[in-house]
Every structure is written in C-alpha cells, then in structure tokens.
Design a protein around this ligand. Structure first.
Ligand SMILES: Cc1cc2nc3c(=O)[nH]c(=O)nc-3n(C[C@H](O)[C@H](O)[C@H](O)COP(=O)(O)O)c2cc1C
Length: 308
C-alpha cells in the first residue's frame, strides 16, 4: 500500500515534437490533483536527432532503429526518483522498434539497476504501428526484472496511407496542420485529452497496490486499440526490415557514406511496399479474414493484455 500523500511517479520520456509529453501530461495532471508527485526525466541523446528531418536523415536512422543499436545519451541522474512508486516510460516507435533514444536508455546498465523490481507503465504516441516496439520493451523490462503493469498506445486514427502522407509532411516539412487535401498529422487532440479518463484507474491501482485491473481499464477507456489489418502489415514488415537493417549495417555505421546505395534501395523498397504492395496486402487480408478470425482474436487478447 502506498500513502496517497507520498505517491511519487517518475516519468521517463523522449519526444521531438512534444506530442508524447502532451499525452503524458494529460495522464499525469489529474494525478497531481489527487496528491501524487510527478517527476519528469527527459532522455537526452548526446548528439540530438534532427527535427524536422531531411529525407536522407530520416532513412539514415533506419538500420540503427530497427536493429536497436545503442547511441550515447546524456547521463541520467536517478537520485531524485529512487523513492518512486511507479515508473512511466514514454516511448514512440521508430521503424517498428522503440525510438533510438528510448532503446538506448533501456539498454543501459544503470537503467537496468534502477528498474529492477519496479512497476512500469508504458505510454506511446505513435502513427499506428507499435506492436513490435512494445514487445521489445516488454522483453527488455523482463531482463531488468521490472513489471510491465500497463500499456497505453495512442495513434493517428486516419486511414493508414493517409497517415503515412501526413507523418512525412510533419516529420520532414514540419507541417502538422491540415492541408488542402490532408488532415492534421499525429494523435488527435481529442484522444490526447481522453487519456485523462485513465488517471483515476491508475491512482486506484497505485493506492491499492494492485495493478491487476489496470490494463482492463485502459482497454475499456480506449487507451489502446488493436487493428488486425495493421498488425498483419506490421508483423510481415518487421521480419523483412530486420534483414534490411542488418544488410545496410554490414556496409558501415551511422552516417557512413558507404551505405548510401543500400539506404537508397531501402527507401524505394519502403515506398513501393507502402503505396504499391500494402493496399493489395490489406485486400488479401480482408478476403482471408474469415480464416484468420479465430487466431487473431487470440493475438488481439495477447497484445492488448500484455500476455506473451
Ligand atoms: C524515424 C522515425 C520512424 C518512425 N517510425 C514509426 C513506426 O514504425 N510506427 C509508428 O507508429 N510511428 C512511427 N514514427 C512516428 C513516431 O512514433 C511518433 O509518433 C512521431 O515521431 C512523433 O513523436 P515525438 O514527437 O513524441 O518524438 C516514426 C517517426 C520517426 C521520426
């Protein structure tokens, strides 16, 4: 049991646009009103990643993202969060894996020692493909003997190809707002605000020392949704991307000009996959849905309820 007055939550996060911080604040602000103390701890790469990205920079980070190659981070001081009752880990997927700053943070020995034995709630702000990333985070937390007690994943709910266009426009041209033909990029304001509905459930779990009903509440309140069609695309893409990442890495490290041609090939492959092949993949998935329905119900339950 934790005393209400002393409930302390440590929030670790990295964000380029501030979207993830908005989501985290929407969740934690009501908790402050309930008497919790919140300490935000930003994960800061030693060499900042660009924002907005140029097209070349955006593809350059693909192999390191997918293969989870660690980058140097500014040293994290854990001394002010040693008494935390809960850790919230804010993350975003990059190329279907946890973003490089987050995966680098999770690989550090100091992070592992800090997380050992702690309860962790993962919170993501994504385009719409986060399953492989949370699986990787879950595995890493398990290694550190930390307990993943909940997972919130907000996404852009526009049609998949529309959100590809809007996220490129946002990340590369820094245009988040709606255009003549495209909607606003990112997680909607309404979804960000509605995360606050989960705060009371989180508070109840914390004050009762029982997290067993938390994920159920997150699912019921729309804090995470499973889309079978997107999962089909992601799970197939993830396997092939792993091979691509290692193939590029064989040519050189991050920024090495020797990998330029392989990255260029990946870029064309990715664009063909997204705009040329994935619509047929989705059609194939829809046609074969009756055959998959039963197995997908199981997958859905495993993913939403963090059963692996
Ligand atoms: C290099 C890169 C790769 C990304 N890959 C994915 C992805 O695989 N799946 C996804 O849902 N979103 C992806 N995104 C979107 C991010 O997860 C995130 O929603 C967006 O970058 C805003 O995050 P932030 O401002 O909190 O850093 C990617 C973004 C970047 C910069």
């Amino acid at each position: 049991m934790t005393d209400k007055k002393h409930t302390h939550i440590a929030v670790f996060y990295y964000t380029q646009t501030g979207q993830l911080l908005d989501i985290l604040k929407s969740l934690t602000t009501p908790l402050e009103g309930m008497g919790c103390r919140i300490t935000y701890k930003e994960i800061v790469p030693e060499e900042p990643f660009p924002f907005p990205w140029t097209s070349d920079q955006f593809y350059e980070i693909f192999p390191e993202s997918r293969a989870e190659v660690p980058f140097k981070l500014r040293e994290m001081d854990f001394s002010d969060v040693l008494d935390a009752d809960l850790v919230i880990l804010g993350y975003q997927p990059w190329y279907l894996a946890p973003s490089v700053p987050v995966s680098s943070f999770l690989r550090l020995e100091t992070t592992g020692s800090y997380l050992n034995g702690r309860n962790v709630l993962a919170v993501a702000g994504t385009r719409n493909m986060w399953v492989s990333a949370i699986k990787s985070i879950q595995a890493r937390l398990r290694q550190h003997k930390a307990n993943l007690v909940g997972h919130i994943a907000l996404e852009d709910r526009h049609q998949n190809l529309v959100s590809v266009l809007t996220i490129f426009r946002w990340l590369i041209n820094n245009k988040k707002e709606a255009g003549k033909y495209l909607p606003e990029a990112g997680v909607s304001e309404c979804d960000i605000k509605s995360v606050a509905a989960i705060s009371q459930d989180l508070f109840n779990a914390l004050s009762g020392g029982d997290f067993s009903q938390l994920q159920k509440a997150i699912v019921e309140k729309g804090g995470i949704r499973f889309n079978p069609g997107l999962y089909f695309i992601e799970s197939n893409g993830n396997k092939i991307w792993g091979k691509w990442a290692h193939w590029v890495l064989k040519k050189g490290k991050y920024g090495d000009p020797a990998r330029k041609n392989r990255l260029l090939l990946f870029k064309y492959y990715l664009l063909t996959l997204i705009f040329g092949i994935s619509p047929f993949g989705s059609l194939f998935f829809t046609l074969t849905w009756p055959l998959r329905k039963k197995s997908y119900r199981k997958i859905e339950k495993n993913i939403l309820f963090l059963q692996n």
